[in-house]
Design a protein around this ligand. Structure first.
Ligand SMILES: [Zn+2]
Length: 690
């Protein structure tokens, strides 16, 4: 059910330029070299934010040959000279913009705080009221914890888990309402395997010393959380939770399988689910969540069967203890410092290597945005999203869609009838740029002196909003992330590509940069999102966003052969001794990068219209294009964070993302890359898919 795919780390509807012919390319920006002396009355020359043409030359390491390591050639000095701030697990171009967004939202919230009627002001104030939070201690969450403790029989566990889900607390299963992948005009309940406190099943199962140590740290964390909750004899109870979760991990599907849209599409009735996975009271679970419907999508049937069976064998106390810890972890941020610190000590420091939690104001900004997202977003975009950015993006998107269409025309491996359908799908894309066309209306109560209550009511509102969609027409305007997010997304079921306001800034997009840099940056990001609709999973969805077989069997076979080569290429990257990139798991993102940069490159050359671009600072247009690409992936990681990402992040690490250029023929002459250099691939070994 991986129908939402993001470009970076990790869906609504604006004017469709996809079906109209692309407008004429924009004029190149004013020259930013000093070649022409100013006229007597000089107007200020618009200046790119980075370097002279939009690229930070000072960040390069020219002692590295581009053919040996293109990432370091473009970013080596930046990497050497840029420490990771103590409250971050990694730091790069994304993080800089995230910090900028957060600072801007802070200014908005500081002003709102002065208005006693402002809901965002009250939410923000409730988080900043640290003394008030400490004074209350665990009192606000105690009624819920008591309810968990009071569970008397296994037969009532499903009902409790359903209430936990409504409160935003994990359990053995997760999920909510989504468009039916094979009938995207209707909403359906889709459930997935869950029940793990560590972010990946491999973390329970691998014998690598890093994960042995992580598990020891996890038991320590469980022990401390149980103790903070007021429980006694916590250590053996913590160990029992780890044992239970390890059994769950063994029967859980791998990320590769969970990411497979076909394998995870399993429609069944409630009666079928009860037969498949007896031992868990599904009828009560769904009824308690308000989702009293017969049709269900079950992501991982064998895991449902086995997890439900495990839950009948484990002592009831273990289920309760697991839920107690899950509750404290879910609400740690809005509970007293002792709980917040313990949550961070494990999930921030042990798991990701981040020394310090974020200062309280940053967490207050994130909290307020998290619960009243659209109320904050409205104010943000009014102030920080210039209409010119939308117009420029419309042009870029149209140019890259056109370039992608030409690439489809020229494919040798795809049947002509499939090409027609692929181009129709391309023309059906809905680009969503900047911010959504409609906003949610949050109706829950917000109080300046009730941080925990604000958080819980927000979770319940979000849950109930989700459930109310059942039977409703599709909310096509709804985005799954906000305009302050530095990211982009492809939504297979809406056939949409989404670019929030915050990514439309340097180094991704700079109206004063040389076009080559913008095409290598945001242009390739646009191409990446479009290409997701044609990646290993996105390609299974048709023009209406329905999972269906619209390719010929021969097309599928050819596509698998090509993508299999990309899997091998990425499997071969060893990031730490013995720890490789997972080629299958990261395949969709790598296809996105490869096809994205190709489409953006073509669009850049169409823009040039056969004219030779100027040499700027000794660089050619093509060189600037690839440098723009490498620059957006600039990022330093803490080791623990990168190790965790290899298991949990479907994107390859930044250097390997930048290296995708080695598959692209025009990159070779641009940097005179020669056989024998580390990134050199023989022409026959370069992967060409789209
Ligand atoms: Zn992506």
């Amino acid at each position: 059910m991986r129908s939402l795919i993001t470009v970076l780390l990790a869906g609504t509807v604006l004017g469709g330029c996809a079906t109209t012919p692309p407008p004429p390319p924009p004029p190149p920006p004013a020259a930013v070299t000093e070649a022409v002396p100013p006229a007597p009355d000089p107007a200020p020359v618009p200046k790119a934010q980075f370097g002279t043409f939009g690229f930070d030359n000072a960040g390069m390491d020219t002692s590295v040959a581009p053919g040996d390591d293109f990432y370091l050639y473009a970013n080596g000095n930046w990497a050497k000279n840029t420490p990771i701030p103590p409250d971050k697990s990694n730091f790069g171009a994304f993080t800089v913009l995230q910090d900028l967004s957060r600072q801007r939202v802070r200014d908005i919230l500081e002003a709102a705080k002065e208005d006693p009627a402002s809901r965002i002001g009250m939410a923000y104030a409730s988080f900043l009221d640290e003394a008030g939070v400490e004074a209350k201690g665990l009192t606000p969450i105690t009624p819920w914890l008591d309810k968990v403790r009071a569970l008397k029989s296994r037969g009532n566990y499903a009902e409790l888990e359903a209430e936990a889900a409504r409160n935003g607390i994990g359990g053995l299963f997760s999920g909510g309402v989504t468009q039916d992948d094979r009938n995207t005009d209707v909403y359906i309940v889709a459930l997935s395997q869950a029940g793990l406190g560590l972010p990946d099943r491999d973390m329970y199962l691998l014998n690598d010393p890093n994960f042995v140590s992580l598990r020891a740290g996890y038991v320590d964390h469980l022990t401390k959380m149980l103790t903070l909750a007021g429980e006694t004899n916590a250590a053996p109870r913590a160990r029992a939770i780890l044992d239970f979760e390890t059994r769950i991990a063994k029967v859980s599907w791998t990320r590769e399988d969970v990411g497979d849209a076909t394998k995870t599409y399993n429609k069944m009735s409630l009666a079928q689910l009860r037969k498949l996975a007896p031992g868990f009271d599904w009828a009560t679970y769904l009824k308690t969540r308000g989702a009293d419907l017969n049709d269900l999508l079950i992501g991982e049937p064998s895991a449902f069967r086995d997890i439900a069976a495990l839950s009948t064998k484990v002592p009831l106390q273990v289920l309760k203890d697991q839920l107690l810890v899950q509750s404290l972890d879910a609400y740690a941020n809005v509970l007293p410092k002792a709980v917040a610190d313990e949550n961070f000590a494990f999930y921030g420091t042990k798991l990701n290597g981040t020394p310090e939690n974020q200062p309280r104001w940053k967490r207050a900004v994130d909290f307020t945005t998290g619960i009243l997202d659209d109320d904050v977003s409205k104010l943000y975009v009014a102030k920080w999203f210039p209409p010119e950015s939308k117009a420029a993006m419309d042009r870029l998107v149209a140019n890259i869609i056109a370039a992608m269409g030409r690439r489809i025309d020229n494919l040798s491996w795809m049947a002509p009838e499939t090409k027609v359908k692929a181009k129709a799908k391309l023309a059906a894309f809905t680009p969503r740029i900047g911010y959504p066309t409609q906003w949610h209306d949050y109706t829950f109560d917000v109080r300046p002196d009730d941080l925990f209550g604000n958080a819980m009511r927000a979770n319940q509102w979000a849950h109930d909003w989700d459930i109310h969609k059942l039977g409703h027409e599709i909310y096509r305007w709804e985005w799954s992330f906000d305009p302050m997010t530095v990211n982009a997304q492809a939504n297979f079921k809406l056939v949409a590509i989404t670019f929030p306001a915050a990514i439309l800034q340097p180094p991704y997009f700079d109206p004063n940069a040389d076009p080559a840099v913008n095409y290598g940056g945001i242009g390739a990001v646009i191409g990446h999102e479009m290409s997701h609709h044609f990646d290993d999973q996105g390609s299974k969805y048709d023009i209406k966003g329905n999972l269906s077989d619209w390719w010929t069997p021969k097309d599928v076979q050819n596509f698998k052969a090509l993508t299999g080569r990309l899997v091998k290429e990425y499997d071969a990257y060893e990031v730490f001794p013995g720890a490789h990139v997972k080629g299958e798991f990261t395949l969709g993102e790598n296809i996105g990068d490869l096809a994205g940069i190709q489409a953006a490159y073509d669009a850049y050359h169409t823009l040039l219209g056969g004219q030779e671009p100027p040499v700027i600072d000794g660089t050619t247009g093509d060189q600037r294009f690839y440098l723009g690409w490498a620059q957006v992936w600039r990022r330093n990681y803490r080791e623990a964070n990168l190790r965790a990402r290899l298991l949990t992040d479907p994107h390859s690490p930044s250097p390997q993302r930048a290296w995708i250029v080695r598959n692209f023929d025009p990159w070779y002459p641009a940097f005179k890359v020669q056989p024998g250099q580390k990134l050199y691939l023989e022409p026959a070994d370069r992967v060409r898919i789209w």
